[in-house]
Design a protein around this ligand. Sequence first.
Ligand SMILES: NC(=O)c1ccc[n+]([C@@H]2O[C@H](COP(=O)([O-])OP(=O)(O)OC[C@H]3O[C@@H](n4cnc5c(N)ncnc54)[C@H](OP(=O)(O)O)[C@@H]3O)[C@@H](O)[C@H]2O)c1
Length: 365
Amino acid sequence: MAAIACKDGPVAVTGCSGFTGGHLVRELVIHGYHVRACLRDSRSWRGQDCIRYLQGLPNVEIYDGCDLFLPGSYNDAFNGCSGVFHAAAVLGNSADGKSQPLGSGEVQDDVYIGGLSGTQNVIDAVNASGSVRRLIYTSSTAAVRPNTGDQIVPDGYEWTETDWASDKGKSNSKFEAYARSKVDVEHLVNKSAAASEYWDAITINPSMICGPILFKAQVGQWIEQIGRLASGKEPNFPDRYDKYYDIIDVRDLVKVQRLAIESSVDHNNSSGGARYIMAGTGGHSTMRLGTDILKVISSQFPNFIIGEPAMTKSNGEPISISANTINDCKKAKSVLGATIRPIEQTIRDIVESQIEFGVIKPTIR
Ligand SMILES: NC(=O)c1ccc[n+]([C@@H]2O[C@H](COP(=O)([O-])OP(=O)(O)OC[C@H]3O[C@@H](n4cnc5c(N)ncnc54)[C@H](OP(=O)(O)O)[C@@H]3O)[C@@H](O)[C@H]2O)c1
């Protein structure tokens, strides 16, 4: 399929009130694209906060009511677009029945069905558009390496685009709805693209997405935890304990998503297929929160009182955690021209942006 350029017509982004979706819109606009920003609910506080940000950007049209649980809800937004960036997902942290009014209210089901039937709705809208030539799907390294504490590969094993979490781990269990959804959605996207004469698909598999916020509603997950440490608190998601972080800067991620839609390489015939891992900011594919990341926060903000994750269980035993090394996006670098910024810059910008938006208030020592 032909590569896409900004002069080929508008592109659509799903999940614009989110961290990746919001950054995608910014990246595309500053590279000359006209963007159709798909929002689930413009009346929610996240929707409102996002709209305030988007209204400051040129060449952005907002499409409201684009819900993964609502067939046909992406049709208007995609009609006439040359490309689609699909970054919306039910991530479990918002699937509480209130924030997912059209979901079942059962978190694991909503995560899985929001991924699979939601992406089928996105694909149906791509097919109905008659104009979309490429879909960029945001998957996860969760679809590459299983999230298990067990030693399932030899020491030094380097996970690559040829690996599927479903081959090696527990991604079929109910508790791994997220990983199972990412694996199955990737297969769905690839099968649907192969069946179409009109469009192809490229998947990007990011690790833990971090970086500065553009608006307040983007705070969540890993960046919220780094903000907590910088303001003297313990982490609280998914728990208070130390763990390994594998960070990818959101700005490096969205740049690669843009490069992917613009690329004329034969992605399907590259190693692992049309799939690119984005992981290992600063060349560190695993950094320990309680040591490596704390050191970077302290070096960037020497006057702040810094919080710490718990290193021992309540019975005093040290917690045991293992690193699960992945390559630092070698394929994305060599094929798509990915660039990776230093971890110090990512951490500094996470903290500074959260201070600017009034999300955190560090205490000075
Ligand atoms: N965060 C990470 O570290 C990470 C790592 C690897 C992969 N990923 C993947 O990257 C993508 C973006 O993640 P993110 O961290 O940027 O997520 P995020 O900030 O939580 O944003 C998720 C987006 O999806 C939208 N969404 C949720 N339920 C929806 C529904 N039923 N219909 C339509 N839109 C819905 C949200 O809209 P509302 O604001 O209306 O809820 C929001 O815009 C996801 O596919 C995620 O799986 C994330």
